[in-house]
Design a protein around this ligand. Structure first.
Ligand SMILES: *Cc1c(COP(=O)(O)O)cnc(C)c1O
Length: 454
């Protein structure tokens, strides 16, 4: 190794000034969102009652390839961006692989994950449009934490519906949100119709992301000057996350390499899209042939075992119908520790790209993911988020394949967050208590019964 540079850092002035909107370059545009009742195609204006107007427009924008990052948002990005790109020499050594492994370290954000990249943008647009209150849901708590900080930064009040099981199992994430000034309610709650309906039917229900989304949307649509914000799945969220890949592209150039494979874990697709889309634009232009791998949990396998259908984004059917790979909005994923990956559907853009074979999904069992995460912690010194462990496991698979085939490839994965508030999950793994879950074909069939074939 002649060049042992480990960390590739960008100066502040090279933080991107624009996000990349892949919709402008897609040869086949995503199918439209549909009205939940009439099934008519929606326009951006139809989303205004739920989301801020700028994000609603970004959601459906298929024409502008580059979208300006507002100065106020870019200024706050400077608190933690550009994030480092790191060559994982120690991990390579442990795996005895000829592959070159790089990771983009989004865990250095003040809240510990990539989620802040979109939270700051969404809070800024709400503020600019005169919104005073924001609602959202959170599963494991990363999104709620990011939005709590972002709302504080722009002087907005935030109400978070936190999935009940996480509310009880992850008290520190709740404290974090409260520290940033958010109001946190366990979901299902008695404060909304949607919550009451669930509790009446199933008093011991531990909640799900789908139910929490229904509660947050209901509060937003029934409260003046209040908007809802979502931390994944939607196109505008992935758009904001492209700051990751745009930086990584410059940093790979500094390293004098280009990735053969770009890998990220997959919940709704925002960190995957964030790192992948900027690299994929060169594939779409015909100048590169990078491969893209989305690592999902075997317990929630929408990319590999789901169906492309129109489905709701939430449990109660308040959201528009989205054309996506889904397990059905009534699918109840097993309670794995990577809470951020327990979502039934995949983002609309990614679903279209997957149909065209421009990426592939891989399923990872939780024990394999934590095994890779522990190896990463012991070699690179960072405890990864349980979600990020899936990306690491997929990278390890590729690196070991390179070793078997005696082939050197350049692998780039996104470290979406750190796991310092997820140590109970590591405890379970280290004491051998973790169980691997995969739904049966019947469970998947049952979940899909609620989706709409169009
Ligand atoms: C939320 C989250 C994810 C999954 O969400 P995506 O939208 O698929 O990126 C992954 N990693 C971390 C650390 C998260 O907080």
């Amino acid at each position: 190794m002649t060049n042992k540079t480990k960390r590739f850092l960008l100066p502040e002035e090279r933080i991107p000034t624009q996000w990349y909107n892949i919709q402008a370059d897609m040869p086949v545009k995503p199918q439209p969102f549909l009205h939940p009742k009439t099934h008519e195609p929606l326009q951006a204006e139809d989303l205004f009652p739920i989301f801020n107007e700028e994000c609603s427009r970004q959601e459906m924008d298929c024409t502008h390839r580059w979208i300006e990052i507002p100065d106020e948002v870019r200024d706050l990005y400077k608190q933690y961006r550009a994030t480092p790109l790191v060559r994982a020499y120690e991990l390579e050594k442990a795996l005895q692989t000829p592959a070159h492994i790089y990771f983009k370290n989004e865990s250095v954000s003040p809240v510990g994950s990539h989620k802040l990249n979109s939270a700051l943008a969404q809070a800024y647009y709400c503020k600019r449009e005169g919104v005073t209150n924001v609602t959202t849901e959170t599963g494991a708590g990363q999104w709620g934490t990011a939005l709590a900080y972002a709302c504080r930064a722009f002087g907005l009040e935030l109400a978070v519906y936190m999935v009940k099981v996480s509310f009880m199992q992850k008290p520190y994430r709740r404290s974090l949100m409260q520290t940033f000034g958010a109001q946190v309610t366990a979901s299902p709650s008695m404060s909304t119709r949607a919550g009451k309906d669930v509790i009446t039917a199933a008093p011991t229900c531990n909640g799900s992301l789908g139910i929490a989304i229904s509660e947050a949307i209901e509060l937003a649509t029934t409260t003046p000057h209040c908007k809802y914000a979502l931390g994944s799945v939607l196109n505008h969220v992935a758009l904001h996350q492209t700051v990751i890949g745009l930086e990584a592209e410059q940093q790979m150039e500094m390293a004098g390499e280009w990735p053969d494979k770009v890998i990220a874990c997959f919940g709704g697709g925002s960190n995957f899209g964030g790192i992948a889309f900027p690299f994929m634009r060169h594939n779409l232009a015909g100048s590169r042939q990078t491969e893209f791998i989305a690592a999902e949990p075997a317990s929630c396998p929408k990319l590999t075992r789901g169906k492309f259908m129109y489905d709701f984004g939430d449990e109660s059917g308040y959201t528009p119908l989205l054309p996506m790979y889904t397990l059905g909005h009534e699918f109840q994923p097993a309670n794995i520790h990577a809470g951020g990956l327990r979502y039934h559907g995949a983002g609309v853009i990614i679903s279209q790209l997957l149909r065209e074979g421009r990426l592939r999904g891989v399923d990872i069992e939780q024990n394999e993911s934590f095994k890779a995460g522990v190896l990463f912690a012991r070699t690179e010194g960072i405890v990864p988020a349980p979600e990020s462990c899936h990306a690491i496991a997929a990278t390890v698979r590729e690196a070991l394949r390179c070793r078997e085939e005696g082939r050197s490839e350049v692998l780039l994965f996104n470290l979406s967050g750190h796991g310092l508030i997820d140590m109970t999950a590591y405890d379970s793994y280290l004491s051998g208590d973790l169980v691997d879950f995969a739904p049966s074909d019947e469970e998947i069939e049952r979940g899909l019964a609620g989706a709409v074939s169009l």
